[in-house]
Unconditional design. Structure first.
Length: 152
């Protein structure tokens, strides 16, 4: 499956005063290679093609290009229908999750309605990943948030 079919638009809620915050989204594939010492090294490379079962990382880089501090920054990214959410990337802030794009929280608090009954949500139900940055972003400052997904 071509990667271009998997990408969904990036959503970003940026307060009016922080309209100079730039957000760039990239999709990276995990590449495994054997090292001379017999271990396997995993690196991230731009995803050109992915096949079912492949793991990818959605990385969202943000930078405040303005002259004022940006506070209350919210960054959200949909999980494409062809992907299963697989958790945050090590070192990235823990995101809020949503199965419907309206209600957000930890996965353990989310419910899915099926056939008239509710059941606990699982990672495969996640449709939107969102971060509310707790710290203001100073002029010139940058950062990144990321999550993993697996092609169905």
């Amino acid at each position: 499956m071509r990667l271009s079919l998997l990408l969904a638009g990036l959503l970003a809620a940026v307060p009016a005063a922080a309209s100079t915050v730039e957000i760039q989204s990239s999709v990276l594939a995990e590449k495994r290679a054997s090292a001379a010492d017999g271990t396997t090294r995993v690196s991230l490379v731009p995803a050109a093609r992915v096949t079912p079962g492949d793991k990818v990382v959605y990385r969202l880089d943000y930078r405040n290009n303005g002259t004022q501090t940006a506070s209350g920054l919210v960054i959200a990214n949909p999980v494409p229908a062809a992907m299963h959410y697989a958790g945050p990337v090590e070192g990235s802030a823990a995101p809020e999750l949503s199965v419907d794009g309206k209600t957000f929280g930890p996965l353990s608090t989310l419910k899915v309605r099926e056939a008239g009954a509710e059941r606990p949500a699982v990672a495969a139900d996640v449709r939107v990943v969102r971060w509310r940055l707790a710290q203001p972003v100073a002029p010139g400052a940058k950062g990144q948030v990321s999550f993993r997904a697996i092609l169905k």
